[in-house]
Design a protein around this ligand. Structure first.
Ligand code: FES
Length: 580
């Protein structure tokens, strides 16, 4: 990848506001000066936006205002003018119906805030799951120089001598309570142990995955993903990121220079090696759509198929992000992939150079946390893309989180029409279900839920759990938390709410899952399938008004990244007209 820095100095877009002596220029500067900014800060130096997803309602990002101060230091040091601004913070833990319903709204917020304001480049401050893709998507659609700095993961949780992984422990303990192997009092005791410091989930859940994707794509400085939120080095990288963005503006190094097909291929392979979240599939497809990089669902299977999962973190493995950082973090993984021929070494990063230069000398400090390739957790990591008459546009499964004995399975379907139906009946002792059955959940896709909630890893029926069974085949058009696990087929497309074949599955049908052959089959005749599809009618109500209606009408399927059809592509950074 060759990148030729632009010549410097040159006039920046912020000067369309602040340069000159016309009435409008005085107007813009005068208002900014009410913050006590000296006149020489408007002399043509880069104005750097700090796009912050800080919010008390997004606990994972609650420390980002503090961290932004370090970014500001760095920007000032390098001769830029920092301007911090808030955008919609999509907090995974609280936002209903699901944070995913607002990823595209947040991306739109970022995009328009950048385009409409006098900024020349931006530092994207993200942490919790959707905040990272939302910020990258918005910035990509404007294509101003942009760099990600993550909030970093929480410290390890510990409870009675055991590691407590964000999310993962919650699912495990909740199942244990249902199975009668853990008391409710102990579960309550564990609550405070799960989240013991600022930061995002400490497992290789979606937040850690997306921070890793940002780094693997080249959108963040090397080492950014794993530094714990409270480690002093998190503040250091924030400050260095502030310095770096100023130079990126001078060089005019933009997302479209970094987010190439090569970068996405690298990220997909890294996702396989880290045992990353299935949510990355959707977010990277959406991000690629913003920059016009050709990327399809099938690329995930083809590129990730031979990638061993070497990062031994929950939910696929045993450790947490703190240990990943101590072992050397993502640069060690990228180096291992590069040495094995699984990396485009020349892919450009925000450093201004090839990714290989960033990682070629790093060392692995703990080979149990980051395994050598020949001692991998799973030899074929990555994301499996399944197809068949039940998901003609694809469905995904994460083998490293699934049970080997269920990879080829034929079972009787037990169908739940939607999440409420599931909740109402799953604990019913008279429900005809055992561990050989296939649980099917409908109407939880982008349009069905709406927002495509993380409910695909449906908890097992208590009567099955009590037998000591911990996994069953589950199929839905939903997503699954990156901290979850199980033989869970997700993102079945087209979704049930759009009349995909999932909509016509009935309890008692037989379903075949064949992961080695990438097949997901509903065992009924084509004639029967077509007859059922013809008699299907939509049963999901169109929301009346607001974002929910816009989302319902324009969201694309999971196979396309669930972006809005009208937000795809880049609309550029052109400065709009204004006169006072
Ligand atoms: Fe925010 Fe997991 S809930 S990172």
């Amino acid at each position: 990848m060759s990148f030729v820095p632009a010549s410097w100095p040159r006039q920046l877009r912020s000067q369309e506001w602040y340069g000159g002596t016309a009435k409008d220029n005085i107007y813009y500067r005068s208002w900014m000066k009410n913050q006590g900014l000296p006149a020489d800060l408007f002399d043509g130096r880069p104005v750097i936006g700090i796009c912050n997803t800080w919010s008390n309602l997004t606990p994972c990002n609650a420390h980002l205002r503090d961290l932004a101060e370090r970014v500001k230091h760095g920007i000032y040091e390098a001769g830029g003018l920092p301007v911090e601004f808030p955008v919609f913070s999509t907090g995974e833990s609280s936002l209903r119906p699901t944070a995913m319903m607002f990823r595209n709204l947040a991306a739109m917020d970022v995009e328009e805030a950048l385009r409409g304001n006098p900024v020349d480049g931006v530092v994207l401050m993200a942490g919790c799951d959707k905040t990272t893709p939302a910020l990258m998507m918005g910035a990509a659609s404007v294509d101003l120089p942009a760099i990600v700095v993550s909030g970093g993961p929480m410290l390890n949780g510990w409870f009675r001598g055991e590691r407590v992984g964000s999310g993962t422990a919650l699912w495990q303990m909740s199942e244990a309570v249902k199975a009668g192997t853990m008391t409710e009092a102990d579960f309550l005791d564990a609550e405070a142990a799960m989240s013991r410091s600022p930061g995002s989930c400490n497992t290789m859940g979606t937040a850690s995955t997306m921070a890793s994707m940002a780094e693997a794509l080249g959108m963040a400085l090397s080492g950014n993903a794993a530094i714990p939120a409270v480690d002093a080095r998190r503040r250091m990288i924030a400050q260095v990121t502030g310095r770096r963005i100023v130079q990126m503006v001078k060089d005019d190094l933009k997302p479209s220079d970094v987010l190439t097909r090569q970068a996405f291929e690298n990220a997909i392979r890294v996702n396989g090696a880290i045992g990353g979240s299935t949510n990355a599939v959707i977010h990277l497809l959406a991000l690629a759509g913003r920059v016009g990089a050709q990327l399809t669902l099938d690329d995930w299977d083809e590129l990730g198929r031979d990638i061993p999962t070497i990062v031994n973190l929950m939910p696929s493995g045993k450790y947490l992000m703190e240990e990943f950082f101590y072992a050397g973090g993502l640069p060690v993984v990228i180096r291992a992939l590069g040495e094995a021929g699984h990396l485009h070494r020349e892919a450009l990063t925000v450093s201004g150079g090839p990714i290989w230069d960033e990682v070629k000398e790093v060392r692995n400090w703990n080979e149990d946390v980051i395994r050598p390739l020949d001692k991998a957790l799973t030899s074929h990591g990555g994301i499996v893309v399944l197809r068949g008459n039940l998901a003609p546009r694809g469905a995904v499964l994460k083998p490293s989180a699934a049970s080997p004995h269920l990879m080829v399975h034929r079972g009787r379907a037990v169908v739940f029409e939607d999440i409420d139906d599931y909740k109402a009946r799953i604990a019913d002792e008279s429900l005809e279900i055992d561990e050989t059955c296939v649980m099917v959940l409908k109407n939880c896709g982008p349009r069905g839920y709406p927002g495509m909630a993380e409910v695909g890893n449906m908890g097992l029926p208590p009567k099955v759990l009590r037998k000591g069974i911990t996994d069953m085949v589950r199929i839905s058009d939903a997503r699954m938390s990156g901290t979850a696990y199980g033989t869970v087929v997700l993102h079945a497309a087209p979704e049930a709410a759009r009349g995909g074949p999932l909509a016509i599955v009935r309890t008692g049908d037989f379903i075949e899952l064949d992961v080695p052959n990438r097949r997901l089959h509903l065992d009924i005749s084509d004639m029967e399938l077509n007859a059922r599809l013809e008699s299907w009618s939509p049963n999901v109500e169109r929301p009346s008004g607001g974002w929910a209606q816009l989302y319902h009408d324009h969201v694309e399927g999971a196979e396309a990244g669930a972006d809005m059809d009208f937000l795809k592509g880049s609309r550029g950074k052109a400065v709009g007209r204004h006169s006072h």
